[in-house]
Write a protein that binds this ligand. Structure first.
Ligand SMILES: [Zn+2]
Ligand SMILES: [Zn+2]
Length: 138
């Protein structure tokens, strides 16, 4: 039997909390210029979540969404600015790994859009890297 994995996450100020009753999957880091700004960082650190296993615990009155033109959006805390999760068509799509409290027991499996990484970033050589989109997983 698979053990039940329960993860929690919260923003920097701690007002917004969520829990995930399941596993995160397909952790990735995107180095494109848009993700750099969205994550205020050298890259995104993000993993997919099953929407039915995700729920907010508190603080949703502080949760603000920014929806991009492709329908994909990010939700963040309007008090402290932490980006907590990604949404697609009003449903949670994934979480930012930086806001996860426990060890999610996954590692970033691929680094994408390294072709547009910032000049100041040094990426370790022993991780899978793709200049742009990764090849489709069969
Ligand atoms: Zn906050
Ligand atoms: Zn990106």
């Amino acid at each position: 039997m698979e053990k039940l994995v329960k993860l929690t996450g919260e923003c920097f100020c701690g007002e917004i909390k969520y829990e995930v009753n399941g596993k995160l999957r397909d952790a990735r880091s995107c180095h494109c210029s848009r993700c750099r700004k969205a994550f205020s960082s050298q890259a995104s650190a993000y993993a997919l979540v099953n929407p039915s296993e995700f729920q907010w615990i508190c603080g949703t009155e502080l949760l603000t969404s920014y929806i991009g033109e492709n329908g994909f959006g990010l939700q963040f805390c309007k008090q402290c600015g932490s980006t907590l999760c990604g949404i697609y068509q009003d449903e949670v799509h994934g979480v930012t790994l930086g806001c996860v409290n426990e060890d999610p027991e996954i590692e970033i499996g691929r680094h994408i859009f390294v072709g547009s990484k910032a000049s100041w970033e040094v990426i370790p050589q022993d991780v899978p890297q793709y200049e742009g989109h990764p090849p489709k997983i069969a």
